[in-house]
Structures are given as C-alpha cells and as structure tokens.
Design a protein around this ligand. Structure first.
Ligand SMILES: *Cc1c(COP(=O)(O)O)cnc(C)c1O
Length: 354
C-alpha cells in the first residue's frame, strides 16, 4: 500500500506493525453497533473474552494504554491521594503526568533496582502515615514487562502482598503482559494464557495493549471488578474515550488474541539474534534481552559517536530510537533478514567510524 514510504527495517517500537490480512478480514467482517449505547457486539465480545482470559469480572475497551492507565489510577484514587510507581514506569514518566493533571493524584516515584523491580523496603517506606501532612497513599502501580524486562513472579507476589497489608490497591500496567507470559511460560512449561492469568490475578486491575506486539492497529483493555470497571467507564467518557462503532477495532484486538500471542516467542528470538550479533563489537554494550526489546549503550571511545549511530542506520533503512539509551524493538513486521541487515549496518558503522 505505502510500501515505498515504509522504512525497510523499523525497530523503533512494536507499535509500528500493520494489521495482517487475516486481521483486516476480521475487521471487515465485524458486527457493529454503537458502543456508547453498549450495543456493539464485537466490543462486548472482546471485553468478555479478555476479562475471562485474565480472570476478572469485567473489562473495558480503551482507545490507548495511556487512557487505560489514567482511568485505572483515577478509579482507584481520589483527588489528593497518591500512587507509588517506578521512576521509569510508563504511567509515571511517559503519560504527560496525566494522573496529576486530570485527577489531582500525585505520583510517588521510586528508583528501580537493576532488574526493574521496586525494592520492597522502598515501597514500604513510601507508604505515608495517616497524618494531615501527607497525601493518602492509595495505590501501587507496577509494570510488566518494564523496558522489556520480565518481573519475577515471586517479586510481584511479595510486592502486591505488601501493598494489601498496607491497604493499597494494586494496578498492573501490562501493556506487554503477554510478552511476560510468553517468556515465563518458556521457563515454567505452563500455558501462555495460564501464565498471563497467574500474573494478572495478583492485581486488582490490569491494563493490556493490543497495539504493541499483538499487532492490532489501536486499543487496550482495562480489566477489574465490575464495580471498578463501572467507575472507569464513567472516567473513560469524561476523557473522551467513548467510541461508537468501535467493534471494527475490537475485532482486530480479538483476532490478535486468537492468532498473535504465541508468535511473540519469535519476536523474543529475533531480539536474541540481534543482541548476540551486536555483542561481539568493541564499544557496544548490550543488555541481554528477556523479551522483544534490546537496549544498547556505546561505551569507551565509541560513546562520543553515539549521536551519529541512529542517523547512520536511518540512512541505511534501519530505524531505532535513542531517547535515554539506544533501543531496538522486534515485532511481527521484522524477520531474521531484517535483523541481519541491522547487524550489517551496525558493523559497517564501527568499521568506518572506530
Ligand atoms: C505503550 C505503553 C502504554 C500505552 O501506550 P499508548 O501509546 O497510550 O497505547 C502504557 N504502558 C506501557 C508500558 C507501554 O509500553
């Protein structure tokens, strides 16, 4: 369609995928209604499906993960409350401060440990005493995967137990929950859906993205109790997220759940292939990927040339990002040949420049 405008290898994010032919067919055939009246059958079916899959009473289809996290935080917290969250968590750092701006809910950000977790003692220490000086600590918001890292199940269990003990609700930003589930299932031998549900069930609410590795064009779902979802539904309306014949999008998400979950393992293997190929280069430090995101730092003499690398790659049709660190994300629209082309371009850069 727009193939001539498409960069050959786009590793900026797993959001860049286009709907596959099967997904487009599912969208074209979707039964539709007006979801603001609650009568879009495809939206209703998707909400039921994801709620059951993750073991919740109810779910709400959301236009974006950002709106889903916002409605979750505002459903859990009132004005003047606070949520404990990681410094690099999406719902703190990457959502424009929405919970503070729209909800008057203040974040209490904590530093991450090397594995991406928040230390239990830091969480405990951040819960404020019941005292008029302080905001009311109401919620612990965790993320899995975080920067492509899978949070250990035992850590999630301990952190959510601690939160419960301190009367906090627990929200999971599981934009890439299925990447975590696929990685975890490879270790435990259990099913992917069972692993996704096991993680999700530690939390009061979970947000999942269909528009990342699952490959749908748009959409997330927020899951929780019926009462929680009823509050989120009102908030979604306030946020302008009441969509009409949204079934055309829900059908894509539903198709993704049926056909594009298990294949996330291929994205993880490609990330591994990229990391392995990069790891031999002097001056390149690769963080071993656990899922589909590869972080790379240039070190030593190469560090001074870090700013040149992305334009060099872009000129060779390979796109990545570098806001904090160089980041390469694999997804269903890249294959082994694309990874090898990326590796060749990086090798060329270091032959020419160092
Ligand atoms: C992408 C993402 C979101 C939501 O992003 P939207 O672009 O608003 O859909 C939320 N959390 C995490 C961890 C993400 O990666």
């Amino acid at each position: 369609m727009h193939e001539s405008l498409t960069p050959a290898v786009d590793l900026r994010s797993d959001t860049v995928t286009r709907p596959s032919p099967g997904m487009r067919a599912a969208m074209a055939g979707a039964l539709l209604g007006d979801d603001v009246f609650g009568d879009d059958p495809s939206v209703n079916a998707l909400q039921k499906k994801i709620a059951e899959l993750l073991g919740f009473e109810a779910a709400l289809f959301m236009p974006t993960g950002t709106q889903s996290n916002l409605c979750a935080i505002l459903s859990h917290c009132r004005r003047g409350d606070e949520y404990i969250v990681g410094q690099f968590a999406h719902c703190y750092r990457w959502e424009g401060g929405g919970a503070a701006v729209f909800g008057s809910v203040q974040p209490q950000p904590l530093e991450h440990q090397a594995d991406g977790s928040l230390s239990l003692s830091d969480i405990e220490a951040a819960v404020k005493p019941d005292d008029a000086h302080f905001a009311c600590t109401r919620l612990l918001a965790l993320e899995n995967t975080l920067g492509g890292k899978v949070m250990a199940f035992d850590y999630l269990r301990q952190a959510t137990e601690l939160a419960r003990r301190r009367n906090l609700a627990c929200h999971l930003d599981g934009a890439r929950l299925f990447n975590a589930a696929v990685a975890q299932a490879a270790v435990t031998g259990a099913g992917i859906e069972a692993e996704a549900r096991r993680i999700a069930q530690l939390f009061d609410s979970v947000s999942v993205c269909f528009s990342k590795g699952l490959g749908a064009p748009v959409g997330s779902a927020l899951c929780g109790s019926a009462e929680f979802i009823a509050r989120a539904h009102r908030l979604r309306k306030m946020a302008g997220g009441g969509m009409r014949q949204a079934g055309v999008l829900a059908a894509a998400a539903s198709w993704a759940l049926d056909h594009q979950v298990a294949r996330l393992a291929q994205d993880h293997a490609l990330a591994q292939r990229l990391a392995t190929g990069l790891s031999g280069i002097a001056g390149v430090q690769v963080e071993p990927p656990q899922t589909n995101i590869v972080f790379v730092d240039l070190v030593g003499p190469a560090k001074a040339r870090a700013a040149e690398l992305l334009p060099f790659l872009a000129a060779r049709g390979v796109l990545a990002t570098g806001l904090y660190r160089l980041r390469f994300v694999t997804h269903l629209d890249v294959d082994a040949a694309a990874i090898d082309r990326t590796l060749a371009a990086v090798h060329e850069f270091f032959r020419l420049r160092t």
